[in-house]
Design a protein around this ligand. Structure first.
Ligand code: HEC
Length: 190
């Protein structure tokens, strides 16, 4: 009888131990994720991703990024007229006041939706897709080359951990449904 009680108590103690180990490793993972997200937010802010991927509007103190549409790219509703004739001489390109559409010798480019929206943003991207895109300067590491002024070589200089942190942060922000137009070839310019 005593032996049974002892075995049972050992069994219960074992269960409690396993449960608490599982919980502490989940807590550790949660803390690691939270740390990565915080680091990613710091990098995205300092590296100026909002300068181009968040549409700018005129605020009380002048132009400012519209953080209600944070990192959602060129607004689909803002249909741009054909870009003006390219400037001559030392002037090289033109940009929309939203900072989300750019025209130059490469054609017209529109900044991407970096929010986790499944249909129009990075929702279906894996960390590998993200890293391969930014390390190679090609869509998903094998598609077309990223157009100016996306400063991908700057982003490519981040360590694997920091690039992963940027992606973790982008996955944590509010999803915004916004389908960014495809880039236009130079011929479509006036
Ligand atoms: C100076 C403006 C500018 C800045 C700053 C900028 N981007 Fe971009 N980004 C663009 C443009 C324009 C495109 C679209 C390029 C194209 O269509 O080829 C783009 C595209 C992207 C893409 C989409 C790639 C794809 O294949 O769909 C990702 C991801 C991206 N940027 C991430 C970032 C991150 C992260 C930062 C901050 C570290 C950042 N960008 C900063 C202009 C910018």
């Amino acid at each position: 009888m005593f032996k049974h009680v002892l075995t049972f108590s050992l069994f219960c103690a074992g269960l409690v131990l396993v449960a608490s180990l599982a919980r502490s490793s989940a807590d550790a993972r949660g803390t690691a994720d939270a740390k990565a997200i915080e680091r990613g937010k710091y990098l995205v802010t300092a590296m100026g991703c909002n300068d181009c991927h968040t549409p700018w509007q005129l605020g009380p103190n002048g132009p400012e990024p519209d953080m209600t549409r944070m990192l959602s790219g060129h607004p689909a509703a803002l249909v741009m007229p054909p870009a003006p004739k390219l400037p001559e001489g030392p002037w090289a390109f033109t940009a929309a006041g939203t900072m989300t559409a750019w025209a130059g010798p490469w054609g017209t480019s529109f900044t991407a939706n970096l929010t986790p929206d499944e249909e129009t943003g990075l929702g279906r991207w894996t960390e590998k897709d993200f890293a391969e895109t930014l390390r190679s300067g090609r869509h998903l590491g094998r598609g077309r080359e990223l157009l100016p002024p996306m400063p991908w070589p700057n982003v490519a200089s981040l360590s694997d951990a920091d690039l992963g942190a940027v992606f973790a942060y982008l996955k944590s922000i509010p999803a915004v449904s916004n389908r960014v137009p495809e880039p236009l070839p130079p011929a479509a310019q006036r």
